[in-house]
Design a protein around this ligand. Structure first.
Ligand SMILES: Nc1ncnc2c1ncn2[C@@H]1O[C@H](COP(=O)(O)OP(=O)(O)O)[C@@H](O)[C@H]1O
Ligand SMILES: Nc1ccn([C@H]2C[C@H](O)[C@@H](COP(=O)(O)OP(=O)(O)O)O2)c(=O)n1
Length: 230
């Protein structure tokens, strides 16, 4: 280093876990605080699901899904202060969050051709992130980026997760939200191709009794320790 302090080493952070554990909020904040890129891989699976629904693909038929998995062009913007997602040039940030897409995303994301297509996009975004990236999802530490510098697996009780999620949705019934979350987690954990799972070398953080600020602080500390070579 010619002058000044050495620049921080590029770092790849994988954050996995079930729905409502705080992956998106934590990953965005950690990336913003540390000057890293951010990738919401669930948004990519939601985007391809939205495209399948919009194009009338039969979602009961994995062969029909596989046949068109390569068609939509999905582009993710990785700035943590303003993440974006487009499909064939259309901004889909809002429509991918509807109940209709949420109820169908597990079926689409279980199809191996969909996963290999989206995994390729994720690896290329991670490889291109100069300062490093926080990538959040279900199979990042196990399959997408098995050599990530740091792997975190977030958990929380179903009650805490349902309360958080129904707080986001107007008029949501906590009991129905809890049942829907449990059903989606079971589908995501039991699929054959890269299921939701904790990597053997991931640090597990139970967020049930933690505030979001505490979770962010915990992950920032773990990244800084990694960068310092501890
Ligand atoms: N530790 C926490 N305590 C309370 N609320 C939280 C916590 N972490 C996240 N939340 C809230 O819970 C909701 C779901 O969080 P999100 O980050 O979208 O989870 P995930 O990406 O794992 O589904 C958001 O409204 C978020 O603000
Ligand atoms: N790496 C990933 C990320 C998400 N998915 C699938 C499974 C999830 O139920 C859906 C939606 O993920 P998303 O993270 O948006 O879900 P929540 O924010 O937790 O509701 O996508 C996946 O299969 N693999």
């Amino acid at each position: 280093m010619e002058n000044g302090a050495p620049t921080a080493k590029s770092v790849i952070v994988a954050i996995d876990g079930p729905s409502g554990t705080g992956k998106s909020s934590t990953s965005k904040a950690v990336a913003a605080q540390l000057g890293l890129s951010y990738l919401d891989t669930g948004a990519q699976y939601r985007a391809i699901t939205w495209w399948m629904v919009s194009n009338g693909i039969d979602l009961e038929d994995p062969t029909a899904i596989a046949a068109v998995a390569g068609k939509p062009e999905i582009i993710s913007g990785t700035d943590p202060s303003a993440p974006t997602i487009t499909v064939d040039g259309v901004d889909v940030a809002a429509p991918i969050r509807t109940q209709d897409v949420t109820s169908k995303v597990s079926a689409v994301s279980a199809v191996p051709e969909v996963r290999s297509r989206i995994t390729e996009l994720q690896r290329s975004l991670a490889a291109g992130a100069e300062q490093g990236i926080v990538v959040e999802g279900r199979d990042i530490g196990t399959t997408v980026l098995p050599d990530a510098d740091l792997k975190i697996f977030l958990t929380a009780s179903p009650e805490a997760r349902a309360a958080r999620r129904s707080g986001e949705l107007k008029n949501a019934d906590v009991h129905a939200t809890r049942e829907a979350l449990i059903k989606r987690d079971a589908a995501d954990s039991s699929r054959k191709t890269s299921p939701l799972a904790k990597a053997g070398d991931a640090v597990e953080v139970d967020t049930t009794e933690l505030t979001l600020a505490q979770v962010i602080e915990c992950v920032v500390t773990l990244v800084e320790e990694k960068r310092a070579g501890k």
